[in-house]
Write a protein that binds this ligand. Structure first.
Ligand SMILES: NC(=O)C1=CN([C@@H]2O[C@H](COP(=O)(O)OP(=O)(O)OC[C@H]3O[C@@H](n4cnc5c(N)ncnc54)[C@H](OP(=O)(O)O)[C@@H]3O)[C@@H](O)[C@H]2O)C=CC1
Length: 255
């Protein structure tokens, strides 16, 4: 199987890093030259990668095509590319819908939307795909955890929560800086905060059969520090504001 990537930016780089350290079997990966620096780094790093200047040439030579350009570029270029009906086209593009993709691609290829996130480079994290597709599901399960979504409207909900990655890192940054201001060495502060949140996330995954509210409750002792933390942040509107931001990202995606 030959895999082609139209657009070689941050997410292509993460997906290819995941693929190249996984058990996925493929003959070749062809990536577009743009971005020049990213494509040349990937080519140097992984043997089976070829770089092409011509998007159409990538499509002509590959079985699976990953669309990984920004929405504005996608709207401009996809309609001018010629696909084959026996191809699988997987779009990472955030705001181009399945109906719009079908119209631009014209032939009856299999068209799937997927939302890989940067930790896919570590073969970790969820990959929502819509509509469900067995082969695409098996593929992403080798570099993450595929979540099949039947209804495209519902996939927008997942897209909305993916807008919380940078806010999550910002949370870690604020706590780390807080420790640094109190005299803790930066590397110790960062190590403490990142390993604490890694452990908490792993614990939440292990306990994923339980409703998260039990973990919220279990991690508080009456009148303890965590009880104070949740109470004060709730009173300050921290969690309401999180919900409000999710709603506003959702509205933007739903336009
Ligand atoms: N980053 C993320 O976490 C995620 C991103 N996505 C989606 O994936 C898509 C790509 O995102 P991301 O990787 O972050 O964006 P980037 O801006 O990093 O990558 C886009 C790439 O497209 C290239 N490009 C521009 N024009 C063309 C063209 N005509 N032909 C081929 N390639 C071209 C750019 O090259 P150049 O630099 O030369 O302009 C760049 O390398 C977006 O639609 C985004 O919504 C989806 C899931 C997660």
């Amino acid at each position: 199987m030959k895999l082609g990537f139209i657009g070689t930016g941050k997410i292509t780089s993460a997906v290819i890093t995941g693929i190249c350290s996984s058990s996925i079997s493929y003959n070749k990966i062809i990536i577009s030259e743009r971005n020049k620096s990213t494509s040349s780094i990937l080519k140097k790093k992984f043997k089976k990668i070829t770089v092409s200047k011509d998007n159409q040439e990538i499509i002509n030579s590959c079985d699976w095509i990953f669309l990984s350009v920004t929405p504005a570029v996608g709207e401009k270029i996809i309609k001018n590319l010629k696909f084959r009906s026996n191809q699988t086209v997987i779009s990472f593009i955030s705001t181009i819908t399945l109906a719009q993709l079908k119209k631009a691609i014209k032939v009856k290829a299999k068209i799937i939307r997927a939302i890989p996130l940067p930790p896919i480079s570590l073969k970790k994290g969820p990959v929502p795909i819509c509509p469900p597709n067995k082969k695409v599901k098996d593929f992403f399960n080798k570099i993450g955890t595929t979540v099949e979504i039947k209804n495209e409207k519902s996939s927008i909900n997942f897209w909305s929560t993916s807008g919380m990655m940078a806010p999550f890192y910002e949370l870690l940054r604020v706590m780390t800086d807080w420790l640094v201001k109190r005299g803790v060495k930066r590397n110790n502060a960062q190590k403490y905060i990142t390993s604490l949140f890694l452990a908490l996330s792993e614990d939440a995954v292990v306990n994923s059969k339980k409703d998260l509210k039990f973990l919220v409750k279990e991690s508080q002792t009456p009148k303890g520090l965590n009880e104070q933390g949740v109470k004060e942040l709730s009173r300050a509107g921290f969690y309401k504001s999180l919900e409000k931001t999710l709603n506003s990202i959702h509205r933007r995606l739903n336009k």
